[in-house]
Design a protein around this ligand. Structure first.
Ligand code: ZN
Length: 206
């Protein structure tokens, strides 16, 4: 078993070729249009730079659209290690695709290697690449688990994500304290109760 704690939020890696590119000018125009739509004057001094600033912010928040998580998981090393590998407390921020408001939290990732092992930082990068897209937490959780199964040929994967959704804090139900928890199990963790409870207890250990 290997347990480690991830680094704080990191800037995403540069875009790989062949993926969609962020259209900064179009995003600027859309923000300006939104300001007009809410009844503001985008030409007043305080708002002059806002379209550019917000467009650049979205370019950063959605940088994962231009990246392929398979790139992070491609550099594996062969290791005869058949115990559970766990990376806990991976901090991430993502954007709820329903409201375009942030949800921020931690991901805990476990997998059971078959033959391929990756560096722990790649697990964190995989989470953050998927997080830096318009998302829902359920899909984010499943995408990370599926990527481990697919690109590492893992025997099993388990991902637990806990996060706070701004769209629940600042609007709608206005529930500032709620935490959303999602978990996804794949492979042996789904089929084998003993393996699942071992991974679950390691993920939950404090
Ligand atoms: Zn939302």
């Amino acid at each position: 078993m290997a347990v480690n704690t991830a680094n704080p939020l990191q800037a995403p890696e540069p875009a790989t070729d062949g993926r969609p590119r962020f259209d900064l000018e179009r995003a600027k125009a859309a923000v300006r249009e939104l300001l007009i739509a809410v009844g503001e004057d985008p030409d007043r001094e305080g708002l002059l730079d806002t379209p550019k600033r917000v467009a650049k912010m979205y370019r950063e928040l959605f940088a994962g659209l231009e990246q392929d998580p398979a790139d992070h998981l491609a550099r594996t090393f062969d290791e005869q290690y058949d115990e559970i590998v766990i990376l806990r407390d991976i901090q991430f921020s993502s954007t709820c695709e329903h409201h375009l408001l942030p949800f921020i939290g931690t991901a805990h990732v476990a997998y059971l290697p078959s033959s391929k092992v990756v560096g722990l930082s790649k697990l964190a990068r995989t989470v953050r690449t998927f997080a830096r897209r318009p998302q829902v937490q359920e899909r984010l959780t499943a995408q990370v688990a599926d990527a481990l199964m697919e690109h590492l040929d893992a025997a099993g994967a388990m991902v637990v994500i806990e996060s706070q959704h701004m769209c629940m804090k600042v609007r709608g139900v206005n529930d500032p304290e709620s935490t959303m928890v999602t978990s996804v199990v794949r492979g042996v963790f789904r089929d084998n109760y003993a393996a699942r409870s071992e991974a679950m207890s390691l993920l939950n250990r404090r």
